[in-house]
Design a protein around this ligand. Structure first.
Ligand code: SF4
Length: 111
């Protein structure tokens, strides 16, 4: 598969936020850091593995954490932002809330 560019990743993030009714983190340096991780992962693994998590070894084992992950909506509902802080709830973004670490919802890898 052709290498994805940083611009394609930024477009993916913008579109994903629009489709889900979220806001991409307006802090440029924070957002670009997460996008850089997505860029590395999509070119390394071939899918948008969450940049804040480790692979469990295959696309199927990682299907819950392919961005936007299945944990994003419950975290956004509960805290105002996803685990990486890439996507925010609009009212949280407007209030200028700070991103701080939140609990991991992903179950541990099965042995
Ligand atoms: S926590 Fe989920 S939605 Fe947020 S960047 Fe990682 S995979 Fe994407």
């Amino acid at each position: 598969m052709a290498e994805r560019t940083r611009e394609q990743v930024a477009t993916f993030v913008t579109k994903a936020a629009a489709v889900r009714g979220w806001v991409a983190n307006p802090d440029d340096s924070f957002r670009e850091g997460v996008e850089e991780g997505l860029h590395t992962n999509v070119n390394r693994y071939g899918y948008f593995l969450c940049p804040c998590r480790d692979t469990y070894g295959s696309r199927s084992a990682d299907r819950d954490v392919i961005c936007p992950c299945v944990y994003a909506q419950p975290d956004i509902d509960a805290y105002g932002y996803c685990y990486c802080g890439l996507f925010l709830r609009p009212d949280f973004a407007e209030s200028g809330g700070e991103i701080s670490p939140i609990p991991e919802r992903r179950p541990d890898e099965e042995a």
